[in-house]
Design a protein around this ligand. Structure first.
Ligand code: ZN
Length: 224
């Protein structure tokens, strides 16, 4: 039973999607690339349903971005505070990057090599993370920061992708974990040695399941 849900980790997340508000996410505060991956999750454990916090459309991504503004570079954080909504094309690119990052996180945590498709998606987006200072023409000396992406959504995709490259290859990569709880598809960086599950909720669910298995086994032995 748990196996079939575990398999869902690698499956493209497309079916049985339920909308959910971005503030109902079971886990946030992981590095940005994982926070993006974790916007799809299973509500209700092993027999639960797949939920997509972005199912409501582009505005759900706007809400998600606004809540994480301070975690982007200062120049992008400023632009995010006055950004308009992302357009449907950018929205699809967020979903595409999210799928690519889920695939790479699965590969990274199971010791496999990155697949070429997801790798190409991340690399293409990472290029739009580029920004540089330029001098402003006119009187006096002033500088302005230019970005490779001309819109906020594109720049955000770029920074998330570039952060993913660092995450999958940097010092935190070996602490990257797929939550081992049955019926969970979330990823996290193990911040301390005793952190075994993505959330307290998953830890409790596993403990309750163990306890009832033991109770059943004990009951069966008593009856025998
Ligand atoms: Zn979990």
């Amino acid at each position: 039973m748990a196996k079939s849900v575990g398999d869902g980790r690698e499956r493209p997340v497309t079916e049985e999607l339920e909308p959910s508000a971005a503030d109902e996410l079971p886990l946030s505060g992981e590095p940005l690339p994982l926070d993006l991956v974790n916007t799809t999750y299973i509500r209700g454990g092993v027999r639960g349903r797949l939920v997509d916090a972005f199912a409501a459309g582009p505005q759900a991504v706007d809400v998600w971005l606004a809540a994480r503004r301070g975690r982007f570079s200062p120049v992008l954080a400023d632009r995010l505070s006055e950004a308009g909504p992302i357009d449907p094309a950018r929205y699809r690119e967020f979903l595409e990057l999210r799928g690519a990052l889920r695939s790479l996180a699965a590969a990274r945590t199971s010791g496999e090599d990155p697949e070429t498709g997801p790798l190409a998606v991340v690399n293409a987006r990472a290029r739009s993370a580029a920004h540089w200072p330029e001098l402003v023409a006119g009187s006096g000396f002033r500088s302005v920061v230019r970005t490779a992406a001309d819109d906020v959504g594109g720049a955000a995709l770029g920074e998330i992708a570039a952060a993913a490259v660092d995450l999958f290859t940097g010092p935190a990569a070996d602490r990257l974990r797929a939550c081992p709880a049955p019926g969970c598809i979330l990823y996290f960086v193990r911040t301390h040695a005793r952190r075994e599950w993505c959330t307290v909720g998953c830890g409790n669910r596993v403990r309750v399941a163990r306890h009832s298995r033991r109770a059943r086994a004990g009951g069966a032995a008593g009856e025998a």
